[in-house]
Design a protein around this ligand. Structure first.
Ligand SMILES: *Cc1c(COP(=O)(O)O)cnc(C)c1O
Length: 225
């Protein structure tokens, strides 16, 4: 595994575009076996990201004292929420339904703790993608105001699935502009900090457009099976 080289190359590219201290790098460890993730965590990775609750339930407890943060980045089904909560994710990137947010909030309320979340926005408007439409994101966030045990930390998007860099860039610009416009909302559970955008094939564009949280899988671990 030339994991070290991969990680160094990613970091070097980040440094060319922005101050690396300002960027949180999520190593997307989905489909990777525990042994490989362990090695990564002993060699410079601090944050891991998983996209399936079942897979996370099998792997994350075995990595408990090795990671600094565990992020859930995938679509969250309502019937998997309590299972996910048991894993104590440091951040959930994929809130795009009130009922899901409400359920997480109720869970946290009982324990009197907070859950950090991001709202996922479908900036490419591709039908296959999850996320709130850009036009209704502001209203959606306002609707979350009564959920006092959530802390909305920012926005997440997946760039358009295309080779056309202009089209990809538009997605990221849209997310950044939305993010900036939300600062005028005065809402107790709103504590905006993160723009989660950029994956292996588009993270440089994302960084140029203001991303401060990258989700990189193959660029760090190599190809998935
Ligand atoms: C798989 C995945 C990634 C990482 O994808 P790569 O192209 O391997 O970097 C990022 N975000 C989400 C939501 C994913 O599911």
């Amino acid at each position: 595994m030339n994991f070290r080289e991969n990680l160094d190359a990613v970091k070097e590219k980040i440094r060319r575009i922005t101050e690396i201290e300002k960027v949180k790098l999520i190593a997307v460890s989905k489909t990777q076996p525990v042994e490989i993730i362990k090695e990564a965590l002993l060699n410079g990775i601090e944050i891991i990201g998983e996209n399936k609750v079942q897979e996370a339930t099998e792997k994350v407890p075995l990595l408990k004292n090795l990671y600094k943060e565990f992020h859930f980045i995938g679509h969250l089904q309502s019937n998997k929420i309590s299972k996910l909560m048991e894993l104590k994710p440091d951040l959930i990137h994929s809130i795009d339904k009130f009922s899901t947010a409400d359920k997480i909030n109720k869970f946290m309320e009982k324990k009197n703790i907070y859950q950090d979340v991001l709202v996922q926005v479908n900036t490419s408007q591709e039908k296959s993608k999850y996320g709130i439409s850009p036009q209704t994101t502001r209203q959606f966030i306002s609707d979350l105001e009564p959920l006092k045990n959530l802390r909305i930390r920012g926005l997440m998007t997946i760039g358009a699935f295309t080779q056309d860099k202009k089209v990809i860039r538009k997605c990221f610009v849209l997310l950044r502009e939305l993010f900036e416009s939300l600062h005028s909302l005065n809402q107790d559970n709103l504590c905006l900090k993160y723009l989660s955008m950029g994956m292996t094939n588009d993270y440089e564009i994302a960084l140029e457009e203001g991303a401060n949280m990258l989700r990189i899988g193959t660029g760090i671990f190599g190809m998935r099976n």
